[in-house]
Design a protein. Structure first.
Length: 175
């Protein structure tokens, strides 16, 4: 409950957020924050850890039916991955974290996510131009770049347009 209230404030104020603001947003006394967390830095570390936790994205990807049409699967994948990447980048930027936090197996999580996505794409193997493993890596790269402001600019691409791009590329449909 405290983290739920704290995260939007951390994203907005970064390390300048006060425990008083967090307590007010959570509807609790400020002392309760310190019963749950050693200090504000501990709370900030917990917020980062929440976004680093791969379990929510695992659960979302596992819930997608491999028998669904390719566009439907990719829409669910793009939406869930965008939410994860946006949240993670937002909290890391707000806290001015410049490198991957120690203790989190970034390469391991990336490989796991790509493996899960490749499994979802395997049912569509015959209609794909790339092996599902390569397609999964490309999808992850495109989705990740779509949430990064230096790449997306001020006009984010809609999910349906991004899925259309992933499925059909940039070539004309008429040849």
């Amino acid at each position: 409950m405290i983290l739920d209230a704290a995260i939007p404030l951390i994203v907005e104020h970064g390390r300048d957020v006060t425990t008083k603001q967090i307590a007010e947003a959570a509807g609790i006394a400020e002392g309760t924050v310190f019963r749950a967390f050693e200090d504000k830095e501990d709370l900030c570390r917990a917020a980062v850890s929440r976004f680093m936790d791969p379990e929510p994205i695992r659960a979302t990807l596992k819930a997608i039916d491999p028998a669904d049409p390719l566009e439907a699967k990719l829409t669910a994948v793009v939406d869930s991955m965008r939410e994860r990447f946006s949240g993670l980048l937002g909290i890391l930027h707000a806290l001015r974290v410049e490198r991957h936090p120690a203790g989190h197996a970034k390469g391991e999580h990336r490989a796991e996510m790509e493996g899960m996505l490749a499994s979802l794409l395997d049912a569509d193997r015959e209609s794909l131009r790339f092996d599902p493993e390569v397609a999964a890596r490309l999808v992850r790269m495109v989705v990740f770049s779509s949430v990064m402001s230096p790449f997306r600019g001020d006009d984010p691409v809609a999910t349906e347009d991004l899925v259309d791009f992933i499925v059909n590329g940039i070539g004309r449909k008429d040849g």
